[in-house]
Design a protein around this ligand. Sequence first.
Ligand code: ATR
Length: 273
Amino acid sequence: MDRYAVIGNPVAHSKSPLIHEAFARATGQRMSYERLLAPRDGFVATVERFVAEGGRGLNVTVPFKLEAYALAKEKSSRADEAQACNTLAWRGDHWYADNTDGVGLMRDLTHNLHEPLAGRDVLVLGAGGAARGVMGPLLAKTPRSVVVLNRTERRAAELAAAFMQHGPVTALSAAQLNGRRFHLVINATSIGINGDVPESLWPRRPFAPGGLAYDLVYADVPTPFLRWASKQSAERMADGLGMLIEQAAESFVVWRGVRPETQPVFAMLRPGS
Ligand code: ATR
């Protein structure tokens, strides 16, 4: 049986095995999917052992996305654009690196949440690896504007400059936003599920009517960002569970050549939604 896994540190909390097992059942694919904990300084050795033992593909999560990208001999344009890899596929004698995070997010936004993106104004909070991964796929959807706001303004400016040729992206501080309103505000910082929202750094009430607050992380309770967004009168809110399932589906396509349905898996992981 072909073996797959999610590799990370930590990885015990990952919902990827549940998702891929559901996909495999629904599409009749014979495969196994496990969690693979790698020591922080032992990513490559763990991957080598995995492939020697019959491993055929990996989802890669924190903190190994850059190392996975560097390890692969062959890379997709999506991985090149993000300069990070969340999907490794074994090609017989080498690893192929792909990145399905961006396309997964776009599919969740456009298909599941009916956010058109084209012609819309988007605010991205954060300018690290996660924000970088979002930028290319987002600009490809032809928004009217994308503003990057980050604690360290220099990093926001660098990110905006790196993607300028892809579309209308600028870096601004909260003061410079000057009352601008956005149809979509994406939290791409690493505040996560336990951190504190930097209230003084972020704009007050940045949401246009019907505006959507989207957190790249997911949790069973509202995240700090979504609690903040609610106070700032966001009318619609979503966490990253939909993105997680959509990026997994895209990885499944890379490995198995079959596209699983995602809606039943979302309903399984968030009953009553
Ligand atoms: P990742 O790969 O998860 O994006 P990263 O590259 O370390 O991680 O980037 C983390 C992002 O979250 C950065 O934009 C960081 O802001 P700085 O560039 O100023 O460091 C942002 N971030 C992390 N903690 C934050 C906090 N408490 N308040 C505001 N921004 C924060």
